[in-house]
Design a protein around this ligand. Structure first.
Ligand code: AP5
Ligand code: MG
Length: 216
């Protein structure tokens, strides 16, 4: 399976990705997670990326595309992959098409989550992530078993720096200007599946697995 999850910040891409990658045994490739890891590892690219992320802006395309190209060359990508948060503008979508051609691969599905802005703001304000493994929780919608502690590895749950309300508004503006046109790009290719992302985590998961199951 080669899948892309698209949608505004806080739409539920990362949450659904965790379920799909277990189901299909494929790697989860989140450019946002890769940038956060690179920053944790104190790399130069990580430090550059963090400046853009903290302002709620996109990391430049040359850096992002190079990271994706490198990630696709890992052996595990041969069995399929799930992209979450890439491509994020039409230039990246075109660059990604070229990469897929060079590897001789085709996408199976592009899934787009539709979620209105007011729901997004509520979701992001309640989001907590594990500082060790990045697992995603929500204070009301997906609480951990023990408050502020990750169920997976016991790590502390924290709020992302770019989840401050002002930065979220900026991320939403940039999503509408730069990322929303990617939906049209894949619609023209006839390969996009729209999902109502306002439903519960379980309902979204069941809907997507049903659609993907019918395609196989
Ligand atoms: P990234 O990490 O990709 O952030 P994002 O796209 O803004 O998306 P989020 O991670 O905020 O939301 P999500 O859709 O994963 O939602 P989640 O599942 O957590 O990117 C961060 C930054 O990195 C970007 O701003 C940019 O600077 C840079 N970057 C990344 N990729 C790039 C690229 N390709 N090019 C350039 N720059 C790039 O869910 C949110 C909350 O809601 C959680 O608390 C969850 O528990 C809860 N929730 C989820 N689903 C549901 C549901 N169905 N019902 C109720 N609650 C739910
Ligand atoms: Mg995410």
């Amino acid at each position: 399976m080669r899948i892309i999850l698209m949608g505004p910040p806080g739409a539920g891409k990362g949450t659904e990705a965790e379920s799909l990658v277990k189901h299909y045994h494929i790697p989860h490739i989140s450019t946002g997670n890769i940038f956060r890891e690179l920053y944790k590892d104190k790399t130069t690219v990580g430090k550059i990326a963090k400046e853009f992320i903290d302002r709620g802006e996109l990391v430049p395309d040359d850096i992002t595309n190079e990271i994706v190209r490198h990630r696709l060359s890992h052996a595990d990508a041969k069995k399929g992959f799930l992209f979450d948060g890439y491509p994020r503008n039409v230039n990246q979508a075109k660059a990604f098409d070229e990469m897929l051609i060079s590897f001789g691969w085709k996408l199976d599905a592009v899934i787009n989550f539709s979620v209105p802005d007011e729901v997004i703001v509520k979701r992001i304000s309640g989001r907590r992530v594990c500082e060790v493994c990045g697992a995603v929780y929500h204070t009301e919608n997906k609480p951990p078993k023990v408050e502020n502690i990750c169920d997976v590895d016991g790590g502390m749950l924290i709020q992302r720096v770019d989840d401050m309300e002002k930065t979220v508004q900026r991320r939403l503006r940039i999503y509408n200007q730069q990322t929303a046109p990617v939906i049209g790009y894949y619609e023209e290719k006839g390969s996009i599946i729209h999902v109502d992302g306002t439903k519960s985590i379980q309902e979204v998961d069941q809907t997507i697995k049903k659609v993907l199951g019918e395609m196989n």
